[in-house]
Design a protein around this ligand. Sequence first.
Ligand code: FES
Length: 162
Amino acid sequence: MAHSIPLTSGDISRRRTLAAGIFGLGGLIGAVYIVAILRYLIPLGNSGDTGFEDVGPTSQFKPELPMRVPLGVDPSGKNATGGAWVIQHSATEYTAFDMHCTHLSCPYNWTSPTSTEGVFACPCHGSVFAKDGSVINGPAFIPLRKRAVRVQGNNLTVGGLT
Ligand code: FES
């Protein structure tokens, strides 16, 4: 026959502290997962980077051939913090996609560097996007994010996310 030992107030206090610690830790872990899931599901939207950057003369672009341009180049001219894929549709019409995949932000590439026919492919997890930015294959399910573009004189400028 088992004998039960009465709990002291110290035992109860330790149990409550332990339970509160476990719930607190569980809540913290849950919050981290929720933030990660929301970060994955919700596009970043406008990064706040609304300034337009000169990315060079419009003459460097070939009609309908995607070309990657650097953004946020440091004063040394060697390092860039970002970039965009620019497609020239006409002398005054351009599309610019942010260079980061909408899955987990890896830089993606145009699969046919010298051809206007191709797709944007992300090397990290295999997402594929059409030339209009729509998703062909996941895991990404959000189309490529567009950036604002303006022709200013003979140059093209690229701005923030639209
Ligand atoms: S970051 Fe591009 S597919 Fe995952």
